[in-house]
Design a protein around this ligand. Structure first.
Ligand SMILES: NC(=O)c1ccc[n+]([C@@H]2O[C@H](COP(=O)([O-])OP(=O)(O)OC[C@H]3O[C@@H](n4cnc5c(N)ncnc54)[C@H](O)[C@@H]3O)[C@@H](O)[C@H]2O)c1
Length: 445
């Protein structure tokens, strides 16, 4: 396998999407850096950014340009060395402009598949729709002049299924970036049983060059990340439904969201995380996972109900959060959706009563932010906190302890079901991909 040769002609499908745009950025910088090596100067590097939306592709070009300027500014010393034989590049701005031009020269925004037929590598980040992915792979595979390798960013579809349906003969691997790909360190790599060895080797090398943390996942729908998150979310929604037998639904959602964030020392509450990922995306991932999971139901009525009411979450194109279970104003949660009247209810009207019901946080409580910013003391501080939490006789503590137990159980089941190789891998995914302060499989609980 010649890494350099493979990187000469690459196509990215769904290039203008949330994930695709980040993958374009990472890949084009990697390609540009290869192209600027002395031994590669005579070669032509091409990255086809394929998307159905012309408008989104023009947004992509602007995004890539702006990001590459920032990257060039950061690595100006390295670039000065790369361009040292160019006497005409004097000022930093000359070098930055030259680098941006070299990068942008590689990029070809396209709305049809024809140009991908010349590519050695196809990164796929089109919408999470198995039929769409199979259709794209089949068409490229049938028409390609190469025998291209396919790296799919699917969050949930088993890789062997895509392989068999598109007849790729093992030239496919799951390369699951986290959102946003340019920032998130974690990549789950999913080898199907059929994945060819050279492609596995390439995927590891590409991840290493991108300085990613790699966790291997076995080829089960949802893999490790969504395998944990979807079950964790179902548990959270179940708990809210249970509480809502005695209190208004919005208060139940508020309480579970607060327990999962503050009491459990997580970066955000479970309902906020569902909104962030997208209520519709969560529903879709569960739909893909469910037929592959035999002993439990990966589905929740609440998601169906909210989507029927047009409540979807996700982000606006400027990155701001759309309303979902929760309503957001300037990034802050201000209200909670009441499906009975199809309106948001301001948190101010009930938060104090809910906080009283949950009870105080333990005296040794620390925020997620301070836990993750003190890596040396993190585990000791958390142990002290969780020990106190277990001794507390409050509604909030009981909900949190049971939730921690469920989260641990999910982590252990991922290993028992052979999705993850070991509990360290489960913990790494939650620590790195979800920014948790501690892994779900721990001795705190
Ligand atoms: N968003 C996340 O948090 C996340 C995280 C990890 C993995 N993923 C996976 O990445 C993939 C993309 O997700 P996303 O969130 O970026 O979705 P998105 O909706 O933001 O982007 C999908 C892109 O695919 C394009 N597209 C649709 N049909 C196409 C076609 N026929 N040819 C070319 N492009 C087409 C759309 O125009 C859009 O730009 C999915 O498989 C998803 O499961 C998403």
């Amino acid at each position: 396998m010649d890494y350099n040769e493979k990187m000469e002609n690459v196509s990215i499908l769904g290039a203008a999407g949330k994930m695709g745009s980040g993958i374009v950025l990472l890949t084009i910088v990697e390609m540009a850096d290869l192209s600027l090596k002395a031994e590669n100067k005579s070669k032509t590097y091409v990255l086809n950014a394929v998307d159905i939306s012309q408008k989104a592709l023009s947004g992509l070009m602007k995004y890539i340009n702006a990001q590459v300027v920032k990257i060039a500014e950061k690595k100006i010393v390295q670039l000065r060395k790369i361009y040292e034989d160019r006497a005409d590049l004097i000022e930093n701005s000359d070098i930055i402009n030259e680098y941006v031009m070299d990068v942008m020269n590689i990029l070809r925004p396209v709305t049809t598949l024809e140009s991908t037929y010349e590519s050695n590598l196809i990164f796929e980040a089109a919408s999470e729709n198995p039929d769409l992915k199979v259709k794209l792979f089949s068409q490229i595979n049938q028409n390609s002049t190469k025998k291209p390798w396919f790296l799919t960013n699917t969050s949930s579809i088993p890789i062997h299924e895509l392989d068999a349906k598109a007849n790729l003969e093992g030239r496919i691997i799951g390369f699951h970036f986290y959102n946003p790909p340019a920032v998130q360190k974690l990549v789950e790599i999913i080898n199907a049983k059929t994945t060819v060895a050279d492609l596995s080797e390439f995927a590891l090398m590409y991840a290493k060059n991108l300085r990613k943390v790699v966790v291997p996942s076995n080829d089960f729908a949802g893999f490790i990340g969504n395998g944990h998150f979807m079950r964790d979310a179902i548990y959270g929604m179940d708990q809210a439904v249970k509480l809502a037998k005695d209190i208004p639904f919005v208060e139940a959602v508020y309480m579970i969201n607060k327990v999962t964030q503050d009491f459990m020392v997580r970066p955000m509450g479970i309902f906020q995380l569902i909104d962030y990922v997208g209520v519709d995306v969560c529903q879709y991932i569960m739909k893909v996972m469910n037929p592959h999971v035999k002993d439990e139901e990966i589905h929740h009525n609440l998601l169906d109900m909210y989507i029927d009411m047009g409540v979807r979450g996700g982000q606006n194109s400027d990155g701001s959060q759309k309303d979902g279970f929760l309503k957001y104003e300037k990034g802050k949660v201000t209200a909670i959706y009441n499906p009975e009247v199809k309106e948001y209810v301001a948190i101010d009207t009930f938060a104090a009563a809910c906080d009283d019901r949950l009870g105080k946080l333990a005296s040794s409580h620390i925020t997620w932010k301070s836990a993750v910013s003190n890596q040396k003391t993190r585990l000791d501080v958390l142990r002290t906190y969780f020990n106190e939490l277990k001794e507390m006789n409050t509604v909030g503590a009981a909900l949190a302890v049971n939730y921690l137990k469920r989260s641990k159980e999910i982590g252990l089941k991922l290993v028992a079901d052979n999705v993850a190789l070991n509990t360290d891998d489960v913990n790494t995914v939650l620590l790195t991909g979800f920014f948790h302060a501690y892994g779900p499989v721990n001795d705190f609980i």
